[in-house]
Write a protein that binds this ligand. Structure first.
Ligand code: FUL
Length: 511
């Protein structure tokens, strides 16, 4: 079933049905209320009511609908064998002589990805395009006579293959530390962005006066280059790491100015994960919590950075208990959905002695990320030739085929659907075997379901098949053995407010 159903679930659970077909992102409410302030006087009932009123932005819905996104860690580390570079590596080491970003794009497209994020700059500060603001870049390598531009090739190839472009721009920058810019103790002052450099031939349509440290301005200038010269960008990925600098030094990141510039230059870009739109799930294994809430208590930290009110890896991030537990320190309840990052190999960067994960491992990660109301961000690192390794390309294709085999055809599509006081019932017309169930709430109206059961009519009696907690935008349940029945229903047993079920899919896997 792929139409929107509204279940009016109250404490006693009552229900009515109708509703528009599910979810074009553009149809999100004009005022999305993506975060609602928490007060110290709030009762538990107040917190739950506020949580039920939080709504995603259209940008967040569009982002989560991508389901699987690709990550590409590529840079000097690819050639030095490090995972965290030093900033003083010789740019000459960067020699991807066989670079073929079309090969990346074909592999990612065939692997089912619609967005790919490139490490334009990792913590070493080496940038993959010829920036005006640093010599630690492709321009200082003899590769392609210093005229190579990996970001340009990447962005062009992805778009040619229908894949959206995302950029990872590391706030930590070891090279700028060595140049006395990162963590130099400079006060925040207004900087004009883009800051002209000698011989600058740009005539910016608009410039920005933004508060920043010396290094904050450096980041702004690089963001300006990346976001104005390479076409539309759909995700900007900031991790929160500090550079490996002496303990008495710190660079306090100018998040507010960075976000302002990103919003202005790339209005469709989701800002992750040190950002307001997307939350790091809390581990690098690609695994969401069994019950993953997109509405979570947050604190607003230095210069507008969204931070967890509970620990980033708290076992429970959004239940009623979690809302109450976080209340003393929470500033807001915010729509902050989880992104599960993980590498297909052990490292983020390519190392010849590592091998890609098996299809079983990747499939398990898929069910524990996409199947738990999260986006899977899978890293596939290009090798020293500048290619995705053949074994990984094969594995991506096998992984996609496996996901297609896990969820081949929605048996409930077009089936007769009825609703009762707290449930959606599907009549398949004849008995069918089912071993995978996929559910979604219409999250334009928030995330409401706290618990539900799925039942099948077996031998004339409604029999529980499985039960779980949250649904959100995507919940996939696997049954240990196929169940044969003609009538199926989902019954909501706990909810914060009116529930709208956007999807109730029934599948028989081919695995
Ligand atoms: C982390 C970084 O320190 C790792 O190198 C990697 O880029 C990962 C995705 O984010 O914060």
């Amino acid at each position: 079933m792929a139409v929107s159903r509204r279940l009016f679930v109250t404490a006693a659970t009552a229900l009515a049905v109708t509703g528009p077909p599910a979810l074009p992102a553009s149809a999100a409410p004009a005022d999305p209320r993506y975060r609602i302030p928490v007060s110290p006087d709030d009762t538990e009932a107040d917190l739950v009511r506020k949580a039920s009123q939080v709504r995603p932005t259209a940008r967040q819905i569009a982002w989560q609908r991508l389901e699987r996104t690709a990550f590409l860690h590529f840079g000097v580390n690819t050639f030095t064998g490090l995972e965290w570079g030093t900033g003083d590596e010789d740019p000459e080491v960067f020699q991807p002589v066989g670079l073929d970003t079309d090969q990346w794009a074909r592999a990612l497209r065939d692997g089912g990805f619609e967005l790919a994020i490139l490490t334009v700059k990792h913590h070493d500060g080496f940038v993959l395009y010829p920036s005006r603001y640093t010599d630690h870049s492709v321009r200082s390598s003899s590769w392609r006579d210093g005229r190579g531009d990996v970001l340009r090739s990447f962005a062009d190839s992805m778009r040619r293959h229908g894949i959206k472009v995302g950029v990872y721009v590391s706030p930590a920058d070891e090279n700028q530390y060595l140049h006395g810019v990162y963590a130099n103790g400079s006060a925040r002052a207004e900087h004009v962005i883009p800051t002209p450099v000698p011989g600058d031939d740009r005539s910016p349509r608009r410039s920005y006066a933004l508060p920043a440290t010396d290094y904050g301005a450096h980041m702004l200038n690089q963001l300006y280059e990346v976001l104005t010269e390479y076409g539309p960008i759909d995700e900007v990925w900031f991790d929160g790491a500090q550079g490996r600098i002496p303990p008495d030094k710190v660079e306090k990141y100018d998040w507010d100015s960075w976000y302002t510039l990103v919003r202005s230059l790339a209005p469709d870009a989701a800002i992750a994960v040190s950002g307001p739109d997307v939350r790091w799930v809390g581990n690098e294994g690609g695994l969401a919590r069994e019950d993953e809430w997109s509405v979570v208590p947050v604190q607003e930290k230095d210069y507008g950075r969204t931070d967890y009110a509970l620990a980033y890896d708290a076992a429970d991030m959004g239940s009623r208990d979690a809302l109450v537990k976080a209340q003393p320190v929470a500033d807001y309840l915010q729509w902050w959905p989880a992104e599960c990052d993980v590498s297909i190999r052990d490292g983020w960067f390519y190392h010849a002695d590592q091998q890609p994960k098996t299809v079983d491992e990747l499939t398990d990660i898929y069910f524990r990320s996409v199947g738990r109301n999260s986006v899977l961000l899978l890293n596939i690192p290009p090798d020293t030739d500048g290619l995705l390794p053949a074994a990984d390309v094969v594995r991506l294709r096998e992984f996609r085929d496996r996901v297609d085999d896990e969820l081949p055809q929605d048996l409930a599509r077009g089936a007769r659907t009825t609703t009762g006081p707290d449930r959606v019932t599907i009549d398949l017309g004849s008995e069918r075997e089912v071993d995978r169930i996929r559910l979604a709430e219409d999250v334009r109206y928030g995330q409401q379901v706290e618990s539900f059961v799925v039942e099948a009519r077996v031998d004339g009696a409604w029999t529980e098949v499985t039960r779980a907690g949250t649904i959100g935008l995507s919940r996939i349940l696997t049954l240990p053995a196929a169940v044969r029945a003609g009538q199926w229903r989902v019954r909501v047993t706990g909810a914060r407010s009116v529930v709208r079920v956007a999807e109730f899919g029934l599948y028989r896997s081919r695995v």
